[in-house]
Design a binder for this molecule. Structure first.
Ligand code: HEC
Length: 244
Protein backbone atom coordinates (compact mmCIF):
# COMPACT_ATOMS: atom_id res chain seq x y z
CA UNK A 1 0.00 0.00 0.00
CA UNK A 2 2.80 2.40 1.02
CA UNK A 3 4.58 1.60 -2.21
CA UNK A 4 1.49 2.40 -4.25
CA UNK A 5 1.05 5.73 -2.47
CA UNK A 6 4.71 6.58 -3.06
CA UNK A 7 4.37 5.65 -6.73
CA UNK A 8 1.26 7.76 -7.23
CA UNK A 9 2.96 10.65 -5.41
CA UNK A 10 6.00 10.38 -7.67
CA UNK A 11 3.85 10.29 -10.78
CA UNK A 12 1.93 13.37 -9.69
CA UNK A 13 5.17 15.22 -8.94
CA UNK A 14 6.87 14.10 -12.12
CA UNK A 15 4.05 15.02 -14.50
CA UNK A 16 4.64 18.80 -14.51
CA UNK A 17 8.41 18.26 -14.79
CA UNK A 18 7.89 16.03 -17.82
CA UNK A 19 5.64 18.68 -19.35
CA UNK A 20 8.32 21.31 -18.77
CA UNK A 21 11.03 19.12 -20.23
CA UNK A 22 9.14 18.96 -23.50
CA UNK A 23 8.65 22.72 -23.33
CA UNK A 24 7.40 24.53 -26.42
CA UNK A 25 9.75 25.92 -29.02
CA UNK A 26 7.69 29.10 -29.01
CA UNK A 27 6.44 31.00 -25.95
CA UNK A 28 2.75 30.67 -25.19
CA UNK A 29 0.36 33.52 -25.95
CA UNK A 30 -2.25 34.54 -23.40
CA UNK A 31 -5.68 33.13 -24.15
CA UNK A 32 -7.47 35.80 -22.10
CA UNK A 33 -10.65 33.77 -21.98
CA UNK A 34 -13.74 34.86 -20.07
CA UNK A 35 -15.87 31.99 -18.77
CA UNK A 36 -18.63 34.41 -17.80
CA UNK A 37 -19.10 35.33 -21.49
CA UNK A 38 -21.93 32.97 -22.44
CA UNK A 39 -22.02 34.14 -26.08
CA UNK A 40 -18.34 33.21 -26.44
CA UNK A 41 -19.00 29.79 -24.84
CA UNK A 42 -21.91 29.18 -27.22
CA UNK A 43 -19.79 30.11 -30.26
CA UNK A 44 -16.97 27.92 -28.93
CA UNK A 45 -19.41 25.02 -28.62
CA UNK A 46 -20.63 25.57 -32.20
CA UNK A 47 -17.08 25.51 -33.57
CA UNK A 48 -16.25 22.47 -31.45
CA UNK A 49 -19.22 20.52 -32.77
CA UNK A 50 -18.44 21.60 -36.31
CA UNK A 51 -14.69 21.03 -36.43
CA UNK A 52 -13.56 18.82 -33.55
CA UNK A 53 -16.24 16.33 -32.49
CA UNK A 54 -15.46 14.14 -35.52
CA UNK A 55 -12.35 12.99 -33.68
CA UNK A 56 -12.51 14.21 -30.07
CA UNK A 57 -15.09 13.22 -27.48
CA UNK A 58 -15.78 15.16 -24.28
CA UNK A 59 -17.33 12.15 -22.70
CA UNK A 60 -17.53 13.33 -19.09
CA UNK A 61 -20.27 15.67 -20.17
CA UNK A 62 -23.88 15.16 -21.20
CA UNK A 63 -25.52 17.17 -23.97
CA UNK A 64 -28.32 18.51 -21.78
CA UNK A 65 -25.92 19.53 -19.01
CA UNK A 66 -24.01 21.57 -21.57
CA UNK A 67 -27.34 22.94 -22.82
CA UNK A 68 -28.34 24.01 -19.30
CA UNK A 69 -25.01 25.65 -18.57
CA UNK A 70 -24.76 27.48 -21.88
CA UNK A 71 -28.44 28.42 -22.27
CA UNK A 72 -29.22 26.09 -25.20
CA UNK A 73 -32.60 24.41 -25.51
CA UNK A 74 -33.04 20.68 -26.21
CA UNK A 75 -34.25 21.54 -29.72
CA UNK A 76 -31.14 23.63 -30.37
CA UNK A 77 -29.01 20.74 -29.11
CA UNK A 78 -30.76 18.31 -31.47
CA UNK A 79 -30.54 20.63 -34.47
CA UNK A 80 -27.04 21.99 -34.14
CA UNK A 81 -24.98 19.82 -31.83
CA UNK A 82 -25.92 16.16 -31.81
CA UNK A 83 -24.47 14.51 -34.90
CA UNK A 84 -24.33 10.91 -33.69
CA UNK A 85 -26.89 8.08 -33.64
CA UNK A 86 -27.54 5.34 -31.14
CA UNK A 87 -27.54 1.64 -31.90
CA UNK A 88 -31.11 1.64 -33.20
CA UNK A 89 -30.25 4.39 -35.68
CA UNK A 90 -32.09 7.23 -33.89
CA UNK A 91 -30.38 10.50 -33.11
CA UNK A 92 -28.48 10.27 -29.81
CA UNK A 93 -30.64 11.54 -26.94
CA UNK A 94 -30.00 14.86 -25.15
CA UNK A 95 -29.33 13.01 -21.89
CA UNK A 96 -26.42 11.03 -23.35
CA UNK A 97 -22.69 11.57 -22.90
CA UNK A 98 -20.84 13.45 -25.64
CA UNK A 99 -19.00 10.71 -27.49
CA UNK A 100 -17.76 10.42 -31.04
CA UNK A 101 -18.90 8.24 -33.90
CA UNK A 102 -15.37 7.22 -34.83
CA UNK A 103 -13.85 4.19 -33.13
CA UNK A 104 -10.59 4.92 -31.28
CA UNK A 105 -8.89 2.11 -33.23
CA UNK A 106 -9.72 3.79 -36.53
CA UNK A 107 -8.25 7.05 -35.32
CA UNK A 108 -5.09 5.26 -34.35
CA UNK A 109 -4.84 3.69 -37.74
CA UNK A 110 -5.43 6.97 -39.59
CA UNK A 111 -3.38 9.35 -37.48
CA UNK A 112 -0.96 7.01 -35.72
CA UNK A 113 -2.50 8.21 -32.45
CA UNK A 114 -5.95 8.00 -30.98
CA UNK A 115 -7.46 11.50 -30.75
CA UNK A 116 -7.64 12.01 -26.97
CA UNK A 117 -10.82 12.89 -25.11
CA UNK A 118 -10.66 16.63 -24.40
CA UNK A 119 -12.72 16.69 -21.19
CA UNK A 120 -9.77 17.67 -18.98
CA UNK A 121 -7.27 19.05 -21.47
CA UNK A 122 -7.77 22.66 -20.38
CA UNK A 123 -6.74 21.66 -16.87
CA UNK A 124 -3.88 19.38 -17.86
CA UNK A 125 -2.34 21.58 -20.53
CA UNK A 126 -3.66 25.00 -19.61
CA UNK A 127 -5.77 27.36 -21.72
CA UNK A 128 -2.78 29.36 -23.02
CA UNK A 129 -1.33 26.12 -24.35
CA UNK A 130 -4.54 25.20 -26.23
CA UNK A 131 -4.94 28.74 -27.56
CA UNK A 132 -1.36 28.91 -28.83
CA UNK A 133 -1.26 25.34 -30.20
CA UNK A 134 -4.37 25.82 -32.35
CA UNK A 135 -2.71 28.90 -33.89
CA UNK A 136 0.71 27.30 -34.44
CA UNK A 137 0.28 24.76 -37.23
CA UNK A 138 2.73 25.19 -40.10
CA UNK A 139 3.57 23.49 -43.38
CA UNK A 140 6.29 20.86 -43.05
CA UNK A 141 7.05 18.39 -45.84
CA UNK A 142 8.88 16.05 -43.49
CA UNK A 143 5.64 15.21 -41.64
CA UNK A 144 3.24 12.49 -42.88
CA UNK A 145 0.39 14.98 -43.30
CA UNK A 146 2.62 17.82 -44.43
CA UNK A 147 1.91 19.82 -41.29
CA UNK A 148 3.71 20.32 -38.00
CA UNK A 149 3.06 22.39 -34.89
CA UNK A 150 5.35 24.90 -33.22
CA UNK A 151 4.06 24.08 -29.73
CA UNK A 152 3.34 20.36 -30.10
CA UNK A 153 6.33 19.05 -32.07
CA UNK A 154 5.34 16.29 -34.52
CA UNK A 155 1.67 16.51 -33.56
CA UNK A 156 -0.36 13.94 -35.46
CA UNK A 157 -3.48 16.11 -35.58
CA UNK A 158 -4.18 17.67 -38.99
CA UNK A 159 -4.75 21.44 -39.14
CA UNK A 160 -8.54 21.16 -39.22
CA UNK A 161 -9.08 24.93 -39.15
CA UNK A 162 -6.84 25.68 -42.16
CA UNK A 163 -9.76 26.98 -44.20
CA UNK A 164 -10.30 29.69 -41.61
CA UNK A 165 -6.68 30.50 -40.76
CA UNK A 166 -4.91 29.80 -44.05
CA UNK A 167 -1.39 28.38 -43.93
CA UNK A 168 1.76 29.38 -42.10
CA UNK A 169 5.35 28.39 -42.86
CA UNK A 170 8.40 28.31 -40.62
CA UNK A 171 10.82 31.01 -41.75
CA UNK A 172 13.03 30.82 -38.64
CA UNK A 173 16.69 30.01 -39.07
CA UNK A 174 18.91 27.45 -37.34
CA UNK A 175 16.26 25.49 -35.56
CA UNK A 176 14.38 28.57 -34.39
CA UNK A 177 10.71 28.70 -35.12
CA UNK A 178 9.22 31.79 -36.65
CA UNK A 179 5.85 31.47 -38.32
CA UNK A 180 4.73 33.55 -41.23
CA UNK A 181 1.45 33.46 -43.16
CA UNK A 182 1.97 32.09 -46.68
CA UNK A 183 -1.66 31.52 -47.74
CA UNK A 184 -4.68 33.52 -46.63
CA UNK A 185 -7.68 31.80 -45.09
CA UNK A 186 -11.29 32.99 -44.91
CA UNK A 187 -10.61 35.00 -41.74
CA UNK A 188 -8.18 37.74 -40.81
CA UNK A 189 -5.62 36.88 -38.12
CA UNK A 190 -7.65 38.79 -35.51
CA UNK A 191 -10.87 37.00 -36.46
CA UNK A 192 -9.13 33.64 -36.35
CA UNK A 193 -7.69 34.43 -32.91
CA UNK A 194 -11.23 35.13 -31.70
CA UNK A 195 -12.49 31.79 -33.04
CA UNK A 196 -9.66 29.97 -31.25
CA UNK A 197 -10.29 31.99 -28.09
CA UNK A 198 -13.97 30.89 -28.15
CA UNK A 199 -12.99 27.23 -28.64
CA UNK A 200 -10.47 27.51 -25.79
CA UNK A 201 -13.10 29.14 -23.60
CA UNK A 202 -15.48 26.27 -24.34
CA UNK A 203 -12.81 23.68 -23.46
CA UNK A 204 -12.10 25.56 -20.22
CA UNK A 205 -15.81 25.36 -19.37
CA UNK A 206 -15.84 21.64 -20.25
CA UNK A 207 -12.93 21.04 -17.86
CA UNK A 208 -14.45 23.11 -15.05
CA UNK A 209 -18.23 23.56 -15.43
CA UNK A 210 -18.46 24.42 -11.77
CA UNK A 211 -16.85 27.78 -12.47
CA UNK A 212 -19.78 28.74 -14.67
CA UNK A 213 -22.15 27.52 -11.98
CA UNK A 214 -20.29 29.43 -9.27
CA UNK A 215 -20.74 32.56 -11.30
CA UNK A 216 -24.49 31.94 -11.51
CA UNK A 217 -24.61 31.26 -7.79
CA UNK A 218 -22.68 34.47 -7.11
CA UNK A 219 -25.54 36.49 -8.60
CA UNK A 220 -28.02 34.95 -6.16
CA UNK A 221 -25.70 35.50 -3.22
CA UNK A 222 -25.38 39.18 -4.13
CA UNK A 223 -29.13 39.51 -4.57
CA UNK A 224 -29.70 37.87 -1.21
CA UNK A 225 -27.19 40.18 0.44
CA UNK A 226 -28.85 43.22 -1.11
CA UNK A 227 -32.24 42.03 0.11
CA UNK A 228 -30.86 41.29 3.56
CA UNK A 229 -29.28 44.75 3.79
CA UNK A 230 -32.63 46.26 2.90
CA UNK A 231 -34.39 44.27 5.63
CA UNK A 232 -31.70 45.28 8.13
CA UNK A 233 -32.16 48.89 7.17
CA UNK A 234 -35.93 48.68 7.74
CA UNK A 235 -35.34 47.04 11.10
CA UNK A 236 -32.87 49.73 12.13
CA UNK A 237 -35.37 52.39 11.18
CA UNK A 238 -38.03 50.62 13.17
CA UNK A 239 -35.84 50.30 16.31
CA UNK A 240 -34.61 53.89 16.27
CA UNK A 241 -38.00 55.41 15.62
CA UNK A 242 -38.81 55.64 19.35
CA UNK A 243 -35.36 56.93 20.31
CA UNK A 244 -35.51 60.11 18.24
C1 HEC B 1 -9.16 14.44 -37.92
C2 HEC B 1 -9.16 14.17 -36.51
C3 HEC B 1 -9.04 15.39 -35.58
C4 HEC B 1 -9.84 16.49 -35.57
C5 HEC B 1 -11.02 16.81 -36.47
C6 HEC B 1 -9.36 17.31 -34.48
N1 HEC B 1 -8.31 16.70 -33.85
FE1 HEC B 1 -7.34 17.37 -32.19
N2 HEC B 1 -6.14 15.72 -32.23
C7 HEC B 1 -6.22 14.69 -33.13
C8 HEC B 1 -5.17 13.71 -32.85
C9 HEC B 1 -4.91 12.44 -33.61
C10 HEC B 1 -4.50 14.19 -31.69
C11 HEC B 1 -3.31 13.53 -30.98
C12 HEC B 1 -2.07 14.26 -31.42
C13 HEC B 1 -0.78 13.64 -30.94
O1 HEC B 1 -0.76 13.13 -29.80
O2 HEC B 1 0.21 13.66 -31.70
C14 HEC B 1 -5.13 15.46 -31.33
C15 HEC B 1 -4.74 16.24 -30.25
C16 HEC B 1 -5.39 17.40 -29.84
C17 HEC B 1 -5.03 18.19 -28.67
C18 HEC B 1 -3.92 17.88 -27.70
C19 HEC B 1 -4.43 17.01 -26.62
C20 HEC B 1 -3.34 16.65 -25.67
O3 HEC B 1 -3.43 16.99 -24.49
O4 HEC B 1 -2.36 16.01 -26.12
C21 HEC B 1 -5.92 19.24 -28.60
C22 HEC B 1 -5.97 20.34 -27.55
C23 HEC B 1 -6.79 19.11 -29.74
N3 HEC B 1 -6.45 17.99 -30.46
C24 HEC B 1 -7.80 20.01 -30.01
C25 HEC B 1 -8.62 19.93 -31.12
C26 HEC B 1 -9.64 20.90 -31.43
C27 HEC B 1 -9.98 22.12 -30.58
C28 HEC B 1 -10.21 20.51 -32.60
C29 HEC B 1 -11.28 21.24 -33.37
C30 HEC B 1 -10.95 22.59 -33.77
C31 HEC B 1 -9.57 19.27 -33.01
N4 HEC B 1 -8.61 18.95 -32.10
C32 HEC B 1 -9.91 18.54 -34.14
C33 HEC B 1 -7.12 14.58 -34.17
C34 HEC B 1 -8.09 15.51 -34.50
Amino acid sequence: MKKTIALVFMMVCAAPVAALAAGPAKPLDRANIDMTDTASLQRGAEYFFQYCIGCHSIQFKRYNRMGNDLGLSDDQLRERFIHTRDQSGDQTGVGELIKIAMKPDDAEEWFGQPAPDLSLTARLRGTDWIYTTLRSFYLDDSRPMGVNNAIFEAMSMPHVLWELQGWQANVGEEGHIKLEKVAEGKLTTEEYNEVVRDITNFLAYVADPVKVERHELGKWVLLFLAFFTFVAYLLKKEYWRDVH
